[in-house]
Design a protein around this ligand. Structure first.
Ligand SMILES: [Zn+2]
Length: 341
């Protein structure tokens, strides 16, 4: 089969499941570390590649938190956000819903209004200067419990920045049942936000059902275990509830033990709207283009198949209809031009 790498690299794409701090590349972390010399994080990008080599999941969390600790001021927030968009532009990502955990920043003492201003300033600059449309998903860090849920909901509903479109739930699933977050999702949904919790990444299909029934999920973050329940797959397919699949992340966190046995094939075979995403790309040693290449290999796709996958993300996004039509049109035009060569 032809090498799809150059086709994927130039393909206009949308990304629906990617975390803010988790997108900090060694280049960005190095800039942030240089601003805070008291941090133990290296400033040399070469040393950072080693720093980002994880021995296990606990080590990943430790490194992740050390990067969270580098985001201390509204200027850090703006720099991180804008530079993440720059890395997206390099991959021809035209649109991204970036999952932000504002609780991590406000708890560290960043003024909440200044935080919102910083992300919005970066969003405006990313769109005009880089051609990347950003929208936000504010997510509850599930491990921080109901206090974090309350704070995240308040920030989302009361301070709602213009780019905010959705409300999520991340962190560990084991020991953090989804139904307890129902009242917070009810408030966010009533305020007009879309529901996009992580579910079924490290637990079984019941967690996905909980996310659908209690949190009224419109898309599912990961849903890796969904193929264990054919009735669930049929439900997802029938209601066009997209799965945000992040193959390399699933391998890195051991949600799947072998990439070649990733359940993305069963998801697609069942007619589920599957989207491909990168989650915490530099931390998992990947980027969206790599994830598309992985998916293309697993699904045996050609250029048109990859383009269809890219259009799934546009369809499942919360962009307005005109914006969706424009990016889908770009994907088609690029693909036809490529195949005509
Ligand atoms: Zn995630």
């Amino acid at each position: 089969m032809a090498d799809l790498t150059p086709f994927i690299a130039g393909l206009p794409k949308a990304e629906l499941h990617v975390h803010h701090v988790g997108s900090a590349s060694p280049r960005i972390v190095s800039e942030l570390a240089a601003r805070h010399p008291d941090s133990k994080v290296p400033t040399d990008p070469e040393a950072l590649v080693d720093y980002f080599t994880f021995t296990d999941f606990a080590h990943f969390i430790e490194v992740y938190l050390s990067v969270v600790d580098l985001v201390r001021t509204p200027e850090d927030v703006r720099l991180l956000t804008y530079e993440v968009a720059r890395d997206m532009a390099r991959q021809n990502i035209r649109y991204a819903e970036l999952t932000i955990t504002p609780f991590s920043s406000t708890r560290r003492g960043i003024d909440e209004k200044a935080f919102m201003a910083a992300i919005e300033d970066a969003r405006a600059a990313a769109e005009t200067e880089l051609g990347v449309i950003l929208r936000w998903c504010f997510d509850i860090p599930g491990e921080a419990g109901l206090e974090a849920a309350e704070e995240t909901t308040r920030l989302a509903v009361d301070l709602r920045p213009e780019g905010l479109v959705s409300f999520g739930l991340g962190g560990p699933e084991i020991g953090v049942p989804r139904p307890q977050f129902k009242p917070y999702f009810d408030r966010a949904i009533a305020a007009g936000l879309h529901s996009v919790p992580h579910a079924g990444e490290t637990t079984g299909p019941q967690t996905v059902w909980d996310a659908l029934r209690d949190l009224r999920a419109e898309r599912i973050g990961h849903g890796t275990s969904a193929p264990q329940d054919p009735a669930l797959l049929a439900h997802l397919a029938e209601h066009r509830i997209a799965l945000e699949v992040c193959p390399t992340s699933n391998l890195a966190t051991r949600a799947v033990t072998d990439l070649d046995r990733h359940p993305i094939r069963e998801m697609v075979a069942a007619g589920v709207l599957v989207t491909v995403n990168s989650d915490d790309p530099p931390m998992f040693g990947t980027d969206l283009n790599t994830e598309y290449a992985v998916a293309a290999r697993l699904l045996g796709l050609d250029e048109r198949g990859v383009a269809a996958l890219a259009k799934n993300a546009v369809e499942a996004s919360f962009l307005d209809p005109a914006g969706k039509a424009r990016i889908a049109g770009e994907i088609d035009a690029y693909t036809e031009q490529w195949l005509a060569l």
